[in-house]
Design a protein around this ligand. Structure first.
Ligand SMILES: Cc1cc2nc3c(=O)[nH]c(=O)nc-3n(C[C@H](O)[C@H](O)[C@H](O)COP(=O)(O)OP(=O)(O)OC[C@H]3O[C@@H](n4cnc5c(N)ncnc54)[C@H](O)[C@@H]3O)c2cc1C
Length: 614
């Protein structure tokens, strides 16, 4: 097929359609087969499930494991932990549901060949911290993908899903999805009775610290492009806690993880003058958030806050003291291996900057914000909870079904449930799949209908950037600048700048306010208008264009949520300068949004937080 010529349309029918074959998607695919032996289970992935998603290059720890077989932790403990870390606001029903099943997931990983380190004295899994266990995880993703591959009827790699399809016969019911093959350009129409969105979180919403040629160097995977949010948002699914973006404290320039260093190697931090600084900010933080500063462990955002304050006071940089721990040869090995299984780039950065952590304490810094639902943050779709545990108000259908019939989600996609990480995301995929299979079986013959008009209109829209480029390319005035189209990189940089300067990114030290947010929304609206003038020179650019579309929609959602919540609930993640304090009296609640694609308007509302665990 010529790039601009005729392309094939490939039709695929599925009972269960899984979008995204990362951790949650592999879990959903695997479990769908267990409950739906006779069903057609299709997994669609924009990369290749062998090495896709945030776990693509491996991990060194599984961050969510209860250890119930040894009486180490109970699911209730994990709910308390996540609630504390998120300053009181989590969906306890969903969190409990994951925690009670996550151990069985980890046992499966071990059965499938994942090497989990053992404590030689106790024979139990080697703990890195209270919730983390250590693994030799370079091949974590291929191991998990193999289970999904064997369970799926078909896996479609290299298909970027751009839109969901809605049932032509029944309002508010999903009917499938469309997308294109990023290698051949073929148009794909997937008809699905139930759809499980597992498309990961979002990097490159905010301007990253590394720009220019280094812009791919971000903490969250650069290919995590907000499809998990944009796909449901486009069809009117409610979202929750989208303001709860995450900022990570990581080793400077390489984003190397610090968890194993703090927890296992027992390192600590100090300011540029070798002083302890966290205590200095105790009263200041207490004035903002009250007793939350006295909780144990100190919530992640508040630890960021102390760093930001200390640096702003002119006593940076913040350094991690590694020189003591690294004198122990065992700890030195663990320190380096921690990167080799997960973030090799950090070791390379240190080598290039003459940093040997045995002799030099490396710098830490805070990252640009990310939007995701599985780490120490809980942005995502508003989902129905488990029948046996969720309060009535959180139950409107099947477990993990969004507010659109037949549309399920897991992992970064689902909001309100922080700290699920890789194992919890896979587990949530399993939970969603079990419910989706039940949904399909209950549906019997009531199949959703796909409208030809709808997918042909979408086809035209999806490929229009190629056409814009073809028509406008002769008008290029200089380099890549054209008066008649915008390239995806230009659109991305514009988006990142708006989010950075107006919605609380690095250049404002995570500070924003109502005035800035309102202006940010106006600028995002202008960018949205310009999206019909995107030009894509090839299929790669076409993918980048649709990723930008998804990031833009998610960014709008983040901005509306941030404007709606008139308090600073998570100092260290972001600050509302006009509402600097945490306000439990008015804002001990979830924020919900719903986008109307016909009018382009967003509706915001509050939802109650139920504390089910004491
Ligand atoms: C740097 C880093 C370190 C981490 N460290 C740990 C750790 O030590 N321990 C731990 O347990 N967890 C860790 N995590 C968290 C863990 O990786 C995530 O919780 C988990 O991967 C989330 O699963 P997911 O399925 O939601 O997303 P992902 O695993 O990212 O999967 C999303 C999938 O969707 C695909 N996709 C996206 N958009 C589309 C589209 N439009 N069409 C088709 N496919 C699409 C992607 O290619 C990807 O395969 C870490 C994450 C990062 C980034």
């Amino acid at each position: 097929m010529g790039l601009f010529g005729r392309r094939k349309t490939v039709f695929v029918d599925a009972d269960i359609l899984v979008i995204g074959g990362g951790m949650a998607g592999c879990g959903a695919t695997y479990e769908s087969r267990y409950w739906g032996r006779d069903l057609k289970i299709v997994c669609v992935e924009k990369a290749n499930i062998e090495r896709s998603g945030a776990v693509a290059q491996g991990l060194y720890a599984i961050n969510c494991y209860m250890g119930m077989q040894w009486g180490e932790n109970q699911p209730e403990d994990h709910v308390r932990y996540a609630r504390n870390d998120l300053m009181g606001l989590v969906r306890e029903d969903l969190g409990y549901d994951i925690a009670r099943h996550v151990d069985s997931t980890v046992h499966k990983f071990e059965e499938w060949g994942l090497p989990i380190m053992r404590d030689p004295k106790t024979g139990r899994y080697q703990r890195e911290g209270k919730w983390q266990i250590m693994i030799h995880g370079e091949s974590y993703k291929p191991i998990v993908a193999e289970a999904a591959r064997k369970a799926a009827t078909e896996v479609y790699n290299r298909i970027m899903v751009t839109h969901l399809l809605m049932d032509a016969g029944k309002a508010n019911r999903v009917a499938g999805a469309v997308g294109f093959n990023v290698r051949t350009g073929d148009f794909h129409v997937f008809r699905g009775k139930a759809v499980i969105v597992c498309a990961g979180g979002a990097s490159h919403i905010f301007k990253p610290r590394a720009v220019g040629e280094g812009m791919g160097r971000t903490w969250y995977a650069p290919w995590s492009s907000a499809s998990a949010y944009a796909l449901p948002i486009q069809v009117g699914a409610k979202m929750t806690q989208m303001e709860n973006r995450i900022v990570l404290t990581r080793f400077k320039d390489g984003y190397g993880p610090v968890g194993a260093y703090f927890l296992h190697l027992k390192t600590y931090t100090q300011n540029g003058y070798g002083e302890e600084y966290e205590k200095r900010w105790y009263e200041d933080t207490k004035a903002l958030v009250g007793d939350y500063i006295d909780r144990h462990p100190v919530p992640t955002c508040l630890r960021n806050h102390a760093i930001l304050k200390e640096v702003a006071a002119g006593r940076g940089p913040i350094r991690m003291v590694t020189t003591e721990a690294f004198q122990d040869p065992h700890k030195e090995i663990v320190g380096w291996e921690n990167f080799l299984g997960m973030t090799i780039g950090q070791a390379v950065v240190w080598a290039s900057q003459n940093i040997d952590p045995k002799h030099i304490n490396p710098e830490l810094t805070t990252s640009e914000p990310y939007v995701m639902g599985s780490h120490a943050t809980c942005s995502g779709a508003w989902a129905s909870g488990p029948e046996d545990y969720a309060p009535a108000e959180y139950q409107w259908g099947y477990n993990r079904m969004m507010t659109v019939d037949g549309l399920f989600g897991a992992g970064d996609t689902i909001g309100g449930t922080a700290h699920k990480f890789s194992s919890g995301s896979f587990t949530e995929g399993r939970i969603a799949a079990k419910a989706a299979v039940k949904y399909v079986k209950d549906m019997k013959n009531g199949q959703p209908q796909v409208s030809e008009q709808e997918y042909r209109d979408l086809e035209k829209l999806i490929y229009s950037p190629l056409e814009n480029y073809r028509v406008g390319r002769n008008e290029i005035v200089a380099g890549t600048v054209s008066p008649s189209y915008l390239l995806p990189i230009h659109g991305l940089q514009r988006l990142e700048q708006i989010m950075d300067e107006y919605v609380g990114g690095i250049s404002t030290n995570y500070m924003t306010n109502g005035v800035l947010l309102s202006r940010g929304l106006e600028l995002l609206a202008m960018l949205k208008e310009d999206m019909s003038h995107m030009g894509a020179e090839d299929l790669h650019s076409l993918q980048r264009t649709w990723e930008l579309n998804h990031r833009l929609l998610a960014s709008e959602s983040v901005t509306h949520h941030t404007l709606f919540r008139e308090e600073t609930r998570w100092p260290g993640y972001y600050y509302r300068g006009d509402h600097m304090k945490l306000d439990d009296a008015n804002w001990h609640c979830f924020t919900l949004s719903r986008y109307d694609r016909n009018t382009g308007k967003w509706e915001m509302e509050k939802a109650p937080v139920y504390h089910i665990i004491d």
